[in-house]
Design a protein around this ligand. Structure first.
Ligand code: AR6
Length: 234
């Protein structure tokens, strides 16, 4: 099942050659990287570092969004990633997910670099999410800088082909070109850029500690991310 490459392409067979060429030219698809496992989305904790969103409140939103998503969609997996094994976000979410009986065979946490899930941790994640900025620009630190740097120029160009800007609470799907190291090295077929709510006065659209609005926008950001993931994975 889910054989990553069509079988039976014979050398010297013109039809076979065409198939081979089409196969190389077509856009990446999640099934290319399934490796017998369910499609998996790895995502960082949106807004809780540079955007200064309260971590306790954010962890409630993550668990609620994951649990709501799992009640509608099966067969896919989600992994929350943060750099350090001491991450406060990872431990908050783990505790709350277990209290809410979220299916741990489909939702887990992972400590490590989201741009090195396969080479650094042996994790097969077909899709990764980015905590973006409104201009979808590389750099700026955090996970955004890491993903654009690992994705190379190919990811930058592919992102610009999809959109110029993004609004808080929404997300944008970008197919990762086969020339990008993120695709070649890590097997990532898509990056989904997400813009979360901002509580940092030095960044655009600061919500000034309005956590009623903030939690609503953060929930929308995760729903948009998960639904977009389902739309490419299923
Ligand atoms: N792998 C996994 N997780 C990471 C990595 C990594 N390589 N790097 C950071 N994190 P942040 P935000 C975690 O600040 O708060 C950017 O400059 C980090 O520990 O990246 O949404 C953009 O351009 C934290 O848990 O995103 C925006 O302007 C999480 O990723 C702004 O920051 C998100 O932290 C967005 O701020």
């Amino acid at each position: 099942e889910n054989n990553p490459r069509p079988m039976g392409i014979e050398e010297g067979n013109e039809v076979g050659k065409d198939e081979q060429k089409n196969d190389m030219l077509r856009k990446p698809s999640v099934s290319d990287f399934q490796w017998n496992d369910a499609p998996t989305l790895a995502f960082p904790s949106i807004s809780t570092s540079d955007f200064q969103f309260n971590m306790d409140k954010a962890s409630d939103v993550i668990v609620e969004a994951v649990s709501d998503f799992f009640s509608k969609v099966d067969k896919v997996k989600l992994v929350l990633v943060d750099l350090s094994p001491k991450s406060k976000m990872l431990s908050l979410v783990k505790v709350k997910a277990s209290k809410k009986n979220v299916d741990t065979t489909r939702f887990s946490t992972y400590a490590g670099d989201i741009t090195r899930l396969y080479t650094g941790g042996g994790l097969h994640c077909n899709v990764i999410a980015n905590a973006s900025n409104w201009r979808l620009k590389p750099g700026g630190g955090g996970v955004n800088a890491a993903i654009f740097s690992a994705g190379g120029e190919a990811l930058e160009i592919a992102t610009k082909e999809q959109a110029d800007t993004i609004s808080p609470g929404s997300s944008i799907i970008v197919p990762v070109p086969r020339t990008s190291p993120l695709n070649q090295r890590e097997g990532v077929a898509y990056v989904i850029h997400v813009l979360g709510p901002n509580m940092n006065p030095q960044r655009p659209n600061c919500l000034k500690d309005d956590y009623v609005k903030g939690c609503k926008v953060l929930y929308e950001a995760y729903s948009s991310l998960f639904n977009n993931f389902a739309s490419i994975a299923l």
